[in-house]
Design a protein around this ligand. Structure first.
Ligand SMILES: Cc1cc2nc3c(=O)[nH]c(=O)nc-3n(C[C@H](O)[C@H](O)[C@H](O)COP(=O)(O)OP(=O)(O)OC[C@H]3O[C@@H](n4cnc5c(N)ncnc54)[C@H](O)[C@@H]3O)c2cc1C
Length: 261
């Protein structure tokens, strides 16, 4: 039977561009350029390598995000994923990690899966908790933060590198794993891959398709809320200390005046 792999990929605001909050204190995702979260490229790469090793496998990439999030799916498809699922619904706007994980879990159940692969964290929210919450919602084991991952004999195995030890972990499928940026360079899409991606299926889903009520998601359905957000003040010009014999003293005085020492 085919190994069904679902990869969660997030469309995030481009960190090199201007990022801002919208009036409702949510991150402005409409008026800024976005892209596939770089850390999720590692998840796509691991899914493709596992699929290449398996006799028969299918890789589905899944995102919850606005219309433009399709770009993230296209990139993953051009890397080699087989198909994509895009959950886009006005009511999802403002969803926190609890609501987002609910939508992802329902979409994963609807798609069907043996293995879910996520990144170690998104490059915008950077909570790094979504894979664990997802596993809990799906009622399956989680093996997170893997630097190496393999699927064999109905089990997923992997290595998690900590500060003091490396652990070898395993779980029976179905399971959720997340992979780190040490798991292996993500491939670049080839020209052939980019052309092929244009013909690959992208399924569009709304809340109704997933049996989720509007009040379970969005700002209303979220467990957390942003009370206020202030823009960081612009950087001021630095202080230049010119060493004319007294440089060290001046430096120490400056650091003391700023209460660094
Ligand atoms: C349109 C939109 C509006 C949002 N508004 C808010 C808001 O107002 N307030 C708020 O708190 N949160 C909001 N979120 C949710 C938030 O951005 C995160 O998606 C969610 O809280 C998960 O947190 P994280 O990104 O830190 O996840 P992490 O735990 O850091 O992510 C780990 C991994 O989970 C997967 N993942 C995470 N998010 C997604 C996703 N959307 N689709 C597919 N895979 C994913 C990726 O594989 C990622 O590498 C919004 C999201 C979207 C798409």
């Amino acid at each position: 039977m085919s190994l069904r792999i679902v990869v969660c990929v997030k469309y995030v605001p481009d960190a090199t561009g201007d990022r801002k909050f919208a009036d409702d204190l949510t991150v402005d995702r409409e008026d800024v350029d976005g892209l596939l979260s770089e850390l999720d490229e590692y998840a796509v790469e691991q899914a493709l390598q596992i699929a290449e090793e398996a006799d028969d496998a299918e890789v589905t990439v899944l995102t919850v995000g606005p219309e433009d999030a399709r770009d993230a799916l296209r990139k993953a498809l051009s890397m080699g994923a087989d198909k994509a699922v895009h959950v886009d619904d006005e009511s999802i706007h403002g969803s926190d990690v609890m609501a987002t994980s609910l939508v992802l879990a329902k979409a994963i159940e609807k798609t069907g899966y043996d293995l879910v692969i996520a990144g170690m964290a998104s490059t915008d929210g950077t909570m790094g908790v979504l894979p664990a919450i997802l596993a809990e919602r799906l009622g399956v084991p989680q093996v997170t933060l893997l630097s190496e991952v393999k699927v064999e004999d109905g089990k997923v195995t992997g290595r998690r590198d900590g500060d003091t030890a490396s652990e070898q972990l395993e779980a029976f499928l179905p399971a959720v794993v997340s992979v780190t940026d040490q798991s292996g360079e993500a491939r670049y899409p080839s020209f052939k891959g980019i052309m092929a991606a244009k013909k690959k299926p992208v399924e569009e889903l709304e809340l109704d398709d997933l049996d989720i009520d509007e009040d379970e998601v969005g700002l209303e359905g979220s467990w957390t809320a942003v009370d206020s957000a202030d823009e960081r003040p612009a950087r001021t010009a630095g202080t230049i200390v010119k060493d004319e014999g007294e440089g060290g003293k001046q430096l120490a005085e400056y650091l003391a005046s700023q209460k660094f020492i």
